[in-house]
Design a protein around this ligand. Structure first.
Ligand SMILES: Nc1ncnc2c1ncn2[C@@H]1O[C@H](COP(=O)(O)OP(=O)(O)OP(=O)(O)O)[C@@H](O)[C@H]1O
Ligand SMILES: [Mg+2]
Length: 258
């Protein structure tokens, strides 16, 4: 589905010229796979997602979707990024309905689907609120519903649950897994949580600190459908989490060249 072929990204900044953010990344993401990216802050995870999203074109190398070079954003790849503001002049319902309406879905159908998604992300009753009336975590959930509403083939999720309280986070992880198990969308998911990555993913990509390189790709061989309460007791799950956390610790010494 997605091929990342020897991608490097160099940023020119005022204070540090030529900062190598990604170095020679190659990665293949199969159709319907759930792939998480883990790595220290600043290692280039968001940059990699922006490249797949078509928001940044790599300095060298190529990202492809279904064999075609990615040259810009498209409705086949749905971003769920914190930086992506909701339309402030539209209500929650208006924001979620926007995509399906653009795709020509009849208003009544778009409204019904959007209301179901709003309920799924736990915002029933907030349909007529405006973004400025919501908390950060609530906006994040609207953003997720808005992206799901137009059915992109690939979901690009940059720490989508990072700002949520633990309870909501667990619930949305379960909801996302349910959606994924039903629709088998391809998901590229950036997180700082090892447990979240293991719980959700088929594959966990560990990146090394700046300049970002792929350190290891770990196949998560745990049965599906996954139930959080069962997995927490599963020694195989625990071993993945501990092994990956150890790998993190090994790479945790402060960057010598910030
Ligand atoms: N537009 C930009 N211009 C210049 N430098 C940038 C730009 N975007 C990112 N960088 C630099 O590239 C590196 C990677 O940034 P990126 O945001 O991809 O990291 P990250 O892994 O997502 O970090 P975090 O976990 O903190 O979100 C950082 O050193 C950052 O300073
Ligand atoms: Mg980031």
């Amino acid at each position: 589905m997605i091929e990342i072929d020897r991608v490097s990204q160099i940023f020119q900044t005022s204070s540090r010229k030529d900062h190598l953010a990604l170095s020679d990344i190659s990665l293949t993401i199969e159709d319907g796979a759930f792939v998480s990216i883990l790595g220290p802050s600043g290692c280039g995870k968001s940059t990699l997602l922006y490249i797949v999203g078509g928001f940044v074109s790599p300095t060298s190398g190529l990202a492809k979707m279904k064999g075609k070079a990615i040259t810009g954003p498209g409705p086949d790849r749905g971003p769920v990024f914190q930086e992506f503001a909701l339309f402030p002049w539209k209500t929650v319902l208006g924001n979620v309905m926007y995509g399906p309406r653009q795709q020509g879905v009849r208003a009544a159908d778009a409204e019904a689907q959007s209301k179901a998604l709003i309920e799924m992300v736990g915002l029933k009753g907030y349909e007529n609120f405006y973004p400025k009336e919501l908390s950060g975590g609530m906006k994040q959930r609207v953003a997720l519903a808005r992206t799901l509403a137009y059915h992109p083939e690939v979901l690009l999720m940059d720490e989508p649950f990072g700002a949520l309280d633990a309870h909501t986070r667990t619930r949305l992880q379960n909801d996302l897994l349910n959606i994924w198990e039903r629709d088998r969308k391809t998901v590229l998911f950036v997180t700082h949580s090892v447990e979240e990555a293991v719980f959700l993913s088929d594959k966990v990509v560990m990146m090394s600190k700046s300049p970002g390189r792929i350190r290891q790709v770990i196949d998560i061989d745990l049965p599906r459908p996954r139930r959080r309460t069962e997995l927490l007791l599963d020694p195989r799950y625990q071993k993945y989490v501990v092994d990956i956390e150890r790998m993190f610790d090994d790479s945790d010494e402060p960057a010598s060249n910030p």
